[in-house]
Design a protein around this ligand. Structure first.
Ligand code: IFM
Length: 468
């Protein structure tokens, strides 16, 4: 039996959401379509033809949702701003009503003692920007910096902690490579170009934020760093790990944190592109000092050289005949061992521990915050109206124990945001996957805190992970 684990006193306990996944009100107050509105309306793209038109109706129920967070004793809330709500065409002045929504939300959070943590971009690119070329084009990074400035001008007096991008890997490689995310393009060169322009957008946005935030303002980025493991100790499998690590992780951490693209990445992809879209001065601009790195972790990634033994499966990032991994056709992906969540993702807290230790060793002076961790299960409300989700509690317990151990072993982890506060629109899976600790009855919008919400609430209030 494990004993109780006490986290550092000032450790931040929160929950996370994202605009398109919860807000709804897709055509209200001047908001225009994003690439996800378009994608969701394209037949066959999203399960059941679900869209974010209504989602959890948070745009109208935000006060109730903040009250819920306060009841649960959360110390922080990570949410994202919808670019098409603030700057509908992706250019020009901000729309007052869009900004007012976030001002009201933030004021209510602050009134309840909950720290707001704002992400500028969680995948809802204004459709007009995609029509002009989207992330593969440099102009999108320039537009993003203008939008960042508008957001900081309007909210910088209330929000001190900012994240530029959420999981740019998904935006670039699922959006433009495999096409399982919006805008659904399948061009490996466009995916690499998108990755660079997302990097550039991050750097430009940090500059815009720093110019506007008061002293003490914090800037960060959130990466879904893949913890990549080899299937065997064959050197060919180690090379598969190296290649996927470059495409998943170092394509972002290289320029953002070290000011350069990894040599091996440039070499691996040389048959596709000479990277001449990287201009003089870009790397300097991308490489901005950050206050912390946001880390999203769900499951490890297991790879081998294609052709070695073992069953080859999908990489867990959706089904497409197009790979999200440019120039990596000699890599095979395998299902990691162990139980799985409703996403089919293996439950393995050791991946989170190893990942945090690696980041602490690679970037020793950079504090870390877990900006997402959680699990989807097939939750339902029983006849008594309660939602029991023991699988999620076990998942959270295991992963929080891993975070605690990583801190004890020297990783500077400052906070944990559970994904997600509410059940919500899980991208191409629509509403079929429930990640929330609060159940949403979609036909009525009713919220029911699950058993895991009560469990997490106790951990967040006390800072103590109880023994198993
Ligand atoms: O729902 C997503 C979120 O938008 C980004 N990170 C992963 C989550 C679960 O798939």
């Amino acid at each position: 039996m494990d004993g109780a684990r006490t986290f550092p006193r000032d450790f931040l306990w929160g929950s996370a959401t994202a605009s398109y996944q919860i807000e709804g009100a897709a055509a209200e107050d001047g908001r225009t379509p994003s690439i996800w509105d378009t994608y969701a309306r394209t037949p066959g793209r999203v399960r059941n033809g679900d869209t974010g038109d209504i989602a959890t109706d948070h745009y109208h129920r935000w006060r109730e949702d903040v009250a819920l967070m306060a009841d649960l004793g959360l110390g922080a809330y990570r949410f994202s701003l919808a670019w098409p709500r603030i700057q509908p065409t992706g250019r020009g002045p901000a729309v007052q009503k869009g900004l007012d929504f976030y001002r009201r939300l933030v004021d209510e959070l602050l009134a309840k003692g909950i720290k707001p943590v704002a992400t500028l971009y969680h995948w809802d690119l204004p459709q007009e920007i995609e029509d002009g070329g989207g992330w593969p084009e440099r102009v999108t990074a320039e537009r993003f910096a203008e939008y960042a400035a508008l957001a900081a001008d309007a909210l910088g007096d209330r929000v001190t902690t900012w994240t530029t991008l959420n999981e740019p890997w998904c935006s670039a490689f699922l959006g433009y490579g495999s096409g399982v995310h919006a805008p659904g393009r399948t061009d490996p060169v466009a995916a690499l170009r998108a990755a660079h322009h997302l990097n550039l957008a991050h750097g430009m946005a940090v500059e815009a934020l720093r110019d506007r935030l008061p002293t003490g303002g914090q800037c960060s980025v959130t990466l879904n760093i893949h913890h990549v493991r080899p299937l065997t100790d064959d050197p060919a499998d180690a090379d598969a790990v190296r290649r996927i690590d470059a495409l998943a992780n170092r394509v972002f951490t290289g320029p953002m944190l070290q000011g350069e693209y990894p040599e091996d990445l440039l070499k691996d992809t040389a048959t596709l592109t000479d990277w001449s879209f990287v201009r003089d001065g870009d790397l300097r601009q991308i490489n901005q000092p950050l206050d912390f790195l946001g880390v999203n972790y769900y499951t490890p990634t297991l790879v081998s050289e294609a052709g070695s033994t073992g069953s080859h499966t999908s990489d867990g990032h959706g089904n497409s005949s197009h790979s999200p991994w440019p120039a990596a056709d000699k890599v095979a992906f395998h299902q990691p061992p162990g139980d799985t969540t409703a996403m089919g993702w293996a439950v393995d807290p050791t991946g989170l521990y190893d990942l945090l230790r690696r980041l602490a060793s690679d970037f020793p002076r950079l504090p870390l915050v877990i900006t997402e961790n959680g699990a989807a299960f097939d939750d339902y409300a029983g006849p008594d109206g309660q939602v029991n989700d023991p699988g999620r509690i076990a998942y959270l317990r295991g992963h929080l124990a891993a975070v605690h151990q990583a801190i004890a072993d020297g990783a500077d982890v400052r906070g944990y945001f559970l994904w997600s506060l509410l059940d919500n629109f899980e991208w191409a899976h629509g509403y079929s996957k429930r990640f929330g600790t609060v159940y949403v009855d979609y036909p009525t919008g009713t919220r029911i805190p699950k058993a895991s919400a009560r469990w997490y609430s106790e951990v967040a209030r006390t800072g103590v992970l109880p023994g198993a």
